[in-house]
Ligand binder design. Structure first.
Ligand code: KG4
Ligand code: ZN
Length: 341
């Protein structure tokens, strides 16, 4: 049986997994680094050091949990970009070294492709499908034509959506990562309390996103508020999250219209990445699109944020599609997904 060992270290999650060729997860350990909480964001140098220490502990633990011997592993892979270079180098070098020592192949995996592949674990989607990638570093709309053929239709021209959740949370004095904190508060607030800008709305063909204006508007609202109490925070969080939902629906609508004009029929829409864990976003998108007969597909909850399972799954697809392994695949903080075409 083909066994794949994978490492994910592109940001502040240190994750390893062992999966088999039937997509069965034999073992998985994801450690979210807590070192960064007191700084309100990821400190790259601390993240690199932590990845090294944590991997040395969780790799043997994961092999043990999987009830296999290291000799049983057939393929090694690691996230090789995009992300923070320190973490990418550590994960890639460790996986490569293990592969070389065990005389087994190594694949460098694109982190974004990992997110795009993540919903295939628990959903059956038909090509071509629309994929909305919502993470701390990226906000992109893709048309996935088939495996390894991804075309970006639109993306953020400034802050990423998750980054915006984190920055708004910081302005409200909430802890990092801000997304889950905002979601909790927003569920208790009135989303009509604050009027926020709706960027890039005028040109109906524009499929790009912009989040920096919303962040600035929220900064101004917080600064002009005399008493930043819990009610204020709940209402502002709700108004922000609701604006994000409006923007997502607007851009998905436009993308579907664009594809229709190109005679490309879409049945499936997938929402992936850390922000895809947000229940209010899921509910709003389900409401907007299931009634229009689209099938909405999400990764399972533990595959929304960064994890090695999605990296192993992507590696399995590469192996099945006869992509060549490569000991010389370099860690690249700006690895582009188009390079995969
Ligand atoms: O995909 P991910 O784990 O890492 C990157 O590849 O960047 O995404 C992390 C981002 C963070 O900005 C975090 O605040 C956000 O996902 N996030 C959420 C939620 N859970 C995580 N944003 C909104 N609502 C959530 N429930
Ligand atoms: Zn990610």
């Amino acid at each position: 049986m083909t066994l794949i060992f994978s490492i994910e270290t592109s940001c502040d999650e240190t994750s390893v997994a062992i999966i088999d060729k039937n997509k069965r997860i034999l073992g998985e350990i994801t450690h979210s680094q807590s070192e960064h909480v007191k700084y309100g964001g990821v400190v790259p140098e601390l993240a690199s050091r932590a990845h090294l220490e944590i991997l040395q502990r969780i790799i043997p633990e994961c092999v043990k949990k999987s009830a296999i011997s290291i000799k049983d592993i057939d393929i090694y892979c690691a996230t090789s970009g995009p992300g923070l270079i320190g973490g990418l180098l550590i994960g890639t070098t460790i996986a490569k070294s293990m592969a070389i020592a065990m005389k087994k192949p190594f694949y460098g995996i694109n982190h974004l492709e990992g997110h795009l592949i993540s919903p295939t674990f628990n959903n059956n989607m038909t090509f071509p499908y629309l994929s909305i990638l919502l993470t701390g570093g990226h906000t992109q709309i893709y048309i996935v034509k088939k495996f390894n053929h991804y075309k970006i239709l639109g993306e953020s021209i400034d802050d990423a959506i998750g980054e915006c959740f984190d920055k708004v949370a910081k302005l409200l004095g909430l802890k990092y990562p801000g997304g889950p904190e905002i979601e909790k508060l927003a569920s208790l607030g009135d989303h009509n309390k604050f009027k926020l800008p709706h960027p890039l709305i005028k040109n109906k063909m524009d499929l790009n996103f912009s989040f920096s204006g919303i962040k600035t508007a929220i900064n101004l609202i917080v600064k002009s508020q005399k008493k930043v109490d819990l009610v204020f925070k709940k209402n502002l969080a709700a108004s922000f999250q609701n604006k994000v939902i409006e923007i997502l629906i607007e851009k998905i609508d436009r993308s579907l219209k664009f594809l229709k004009n190109e005679n490309i029929n879409i049945n499936d829409i997938t929402i992936v990445g850390g922000v895809a864990a947000n229940k209010a976003i899921r509910e709003a998108l389900n409401k907007a699109y299931i009634s229009k007969n689209y099938n909405l597909a999400y990764p399972q909850k533990n595959m929304c944020g960064d994890n090695a399972m999605m990296i192993g799954l992507t590696c399995l697809k590469k192996y099945e599609h006869k992509h060549k392994p490569d000991y010389f695949f370099k860690a690249n903080p700006r690895l582009q997904i188009e390079e995969e075409l």
